[in-house]
Design a protein around this ligand. Structure first.
Ligand SMILES: NC(=O)c1ccc[n+]([C@@H]2O[C@H](COP(=O)([O-])OP(=O)(O)OC[C@H]3O[C@@H](n4cnc5c(N)ncnc54)[C@H](OP(=O)(O)O)[C@@H]3O)[C@@H](O)[C@H]2O)c1
Length: 350
């Protein structure tokens, strides 16, 4: 029998991408597509790709509680409220916001507010919430698959942290503490659907700029979940003039004796059995365009032996593996379904 699922925030970019993916899922029935200001509007009026008769629902907690799983594709404020209420009613949740990705203490320092439900935040330093089944599990399947499988509550990673961690985590044991620097680039859909002056076509088109450095919230998330004790990370995100796609370039000083073979081995050991991650040959680099609409990841590393540094690049679709695709991958795991159901590793191209 199919599982009944719902989305809150279905009128946003992440939520609408989930609608698209769930319409093709053989084992999940999409019962609720809730929105906030857009409740009552036809889905197709905002998203012409989602042709059909669906209308955005009101957010009705009673109706959501009766579902097998709810995706929260909302800003962290509503996610904190709804996530707490749904978990107290024992409804499974995948939250796409930053509300439950950090310990309560780290949340308050990176988000500047107290966490309303610290008992639901992830366990410090470890992904497996032993003896504490209600805490959120950090939903990066390539690192924490076993914990996600047994969980009812998953905090879906941020888009930049997904690419940064997939690129750097396997290399962490090969790097000097304190040496990691990450540049991130994202298309404008990473900022969501809400209108903002800086996101107008006439501002973004033909432009490239950085933002948020040196204390973008995703820095804390990357530091929390990067394995080992690599110390502070410097992270600078950039807004680039495209709609979808996210690319990170990570740099770290290599420890003694680390060369191209060790780096290639680390990536292949981590990813050769992973359905969504492709390791490219050293010297070839990922393309965001190749991953559009997919849950795929391309990662590639080269060693700069002259400088004693490794340089790793990783590309994803920010709305795919960076948001909705990964949320569905997590839901498949939580519900005991084949992990790849209704997901593709291959994007549309050109
Ligand atoms: N965009 C990305 O690439 C990306 C990647 C990873 C994670 N995320 C995270 O995913 C979440 C959604 O991001 P997005 O880009 O899809 O944002 P978005 O396009 O701005 O959409 C936000 C959604 O939340 C709804 N909403 C706003 N306030 C609400 C409230 N008080 N109660 C219920 N619903 C409310 C909005 O409804 P109305 O439109 O009807 O008002 C809309 O459906 C955010 O937490 C974001 O940080 C986004």
């Amino acid at each position: 029998m199919a599982h009944k699922v719902g989305i809150v925030g279905a009128s946003g970019y992440g939520g609408a991408e989930l609608v698209r993916l769930l319409e093709a899922h053989p084992d999940l029935d999409l019962e609720v597509v809730a929105a906030h200001s857009q409740a009552g509007e036809p889905v197709s009026s905002l998203y012409p790709n989602l042709a059909g008769d669906r209308v955005f629902d009101e957010v009705d907690l009673g109706r959501l509680i009766g579902l097998d799983l709810v995706f929260l594709a909302t800003p962290h404020g509503p996610s904190l409220q709804l996530g707490g209420a749904l978990r107290h009613a024992d409804t499974r949740v995948v939250d796409l916001s930053g509300g439950f990705r950090l310990t309560a203490q780290d949340f308050s320092s990176w988000y500047g507010e107290e966490h309303p439900t610290p008992d639901l935040t992830p366990t410090p330093g470890v992904a497996t919430p032993t003896g504490e089944p209600d805490r959120a599990v950090y939903g990066l399947p390539e690192m924490f698959r076993d914990s996600i499988r047994g969980s009812s509550f998953v905090a879906n990673p941020g888009c930049y942290p997904t690419a940064a961690l997939l690129g750097l985590a396997p290399l962490a044991p090969l790097l000097e503490a304190g040496s990691v620097v990450i540049d991130g680039k994202s298309g404008s859909s990473g900022a969501g659907r809400a209108a903002a002056d800086r996101l107008h076509f006439s501002h973004v088109h033909g432009d490239l700029t950085a933002y948020g450095a040196p204390a973008h919230r995703h820095t804390g998330e990357i530091e929390t979940w990067l394995p080992g004790d690599l110390g502070p990370v410097s992270f600078t995100p950039h807004l680039i003039p495209m709609s979808r796609g996210l690319f990170i370039t990570g740099y770290g000083s290599t420890t003694d004796g680390v060369g191209p073979d060790e780096v290639a081995d680390a990536l292949h050991t981590a990813y050769d059995d992973e359905p969504f991650v492709h390791v490219l040959a050293a010297g070839t680099f990922p393309h965001t365009k190749a991953l559009a609409g997919s849950n795929g990841v391309q990662v590639s590393a080269v060693v700069d032996e002259r400088a004693g540094r490794v340089l790793v690049t990783c590309a994803i679709d920010n709305l795919g593996k960076g948001a909705a695709g990964q949320a569905l991958q997590n839901a498949n795991l939580m519900l005991g379904l084949p992990e790849q159901t209704a997901l593709s590793a291959l994007g549309v191209y050109p």
